[in-house]
Design a protein around this ligand. Structure first.
Ligand code: PRP
Ligand code: ADE
Length: 237
């Protein structure tokens, strides 16, 4: 980790602590984190930065658990098991906190490009791209106007309907490291299409990350397609 990465981690820990403090007293925050209330007060008020190891523990430990709890409180399942996740994907500042947690817990190396699927993957993709200083590319179910060359990937779904995603060919250069992200993974069909697009671009896969895994079919499918880390912030049955 270079100095800038350490500083970024320290600032992320402060953001996580500030989020946790919104609904807690310092004593409650001390109990949750195991850190002294006086230190927490100085971190939250910006007078002192947590040390790098402490920052890592906050981001990967309590931060991950707290974000997963927050995510679970914000999503709603309907009677047929479909998820309304607009309370999460519409909240860019929440997603900004998810990015370092995902990066640190999956041990992701810095990618060159974050690849996601329009529509709902875009806000998470933007948060991840900003965190890593990477570009964002999103594949769409229709061709972007005025673009001549596309990478396209088509799949016949279990329903028999064919699904095609298109990405402007210039979005990923060969040899670039691509992190595939999406808000939700269930069958894994979308992730498979995205991985196929990345491979057609001769990119290297840096990992696959979703906010929400519904069942384990999708993550298992992604694991069969890549040796890179695959994970989700929260899993639901
Ligand atoms: O693992 P899977 O079974 O492929 O499901 C996951 C995909 O489904 C949703 O997108 P949707 O196709 O509904 O498009 P949207 O983002 O435009 O809502 C979600 O955003 C994922 O991209
Ligand atoms: N919103 C959603 N909930 C559950 N499964 C899905 N598959 C695609 N979109 C979904």
């Amino acid at each position: 980790m270079n100095r800038a990465e350490k500083a970024a981690l320290q600032l992320q820990a402060v953001s996580v602590l500030r989020m946790l403090k919104e609904t807690r007293t310092y004593d409650e925050l001390a109990e949750l984190t195991g850190l002294p209330a006086g230190d927490l007060n100085r971190y939250v008020n910006g007078h002192v930065l947590p040390g790098v190891e402490r920052a890592r523990e906050v981001v990967e430990g309590v931060g991950r658990d707290a974000l997963a709890d927050e995510l679970e409180a914000r999503v709603r399942f309907d009677d047929e098991g479909y998820v309304d996740n607009s309370g999460v994907v519409f909240d860019q500042s929440f997603l900004d906190l998810v990015a370092p947690v995902a990066a640190n817990t999956l041990n992701l190396e810095r990618p060159d490009v974050i690849l996601t699927a329009a529509t709902d993957g875009i806000t998470l993709g933007a948060a991840m791209a900003s965190y890593f200083g990477a570009r964002l590319a999103y594949a769409k179910k229709s061709k972007e106007t005025a673009v001549e060359d596309f990478i396209e990937s088509r799949q016949r779904l279990a329903s028999g309907i064919e699904l095609t995603y298109y990405l402007p060919a210039s979005a990923i250069d060969d040899g670039e490291r691509v992190l595939v992200v999406d808000d939700l993974i269930r069958s894994g069909e979308t992730q498979e299409l995205l991985l196929d697009i990345a491979l057609q671009a001769d990119a290297d896969i840096a990992g696959v990350f979703a906010l929400i895994a519904v069942g384990d079919e999708g993550t298992n499918r992604a694991r069969e397609l890549t040796d890179a880390p695959v994970g989700a912030l929260s899993s639901f049955d």
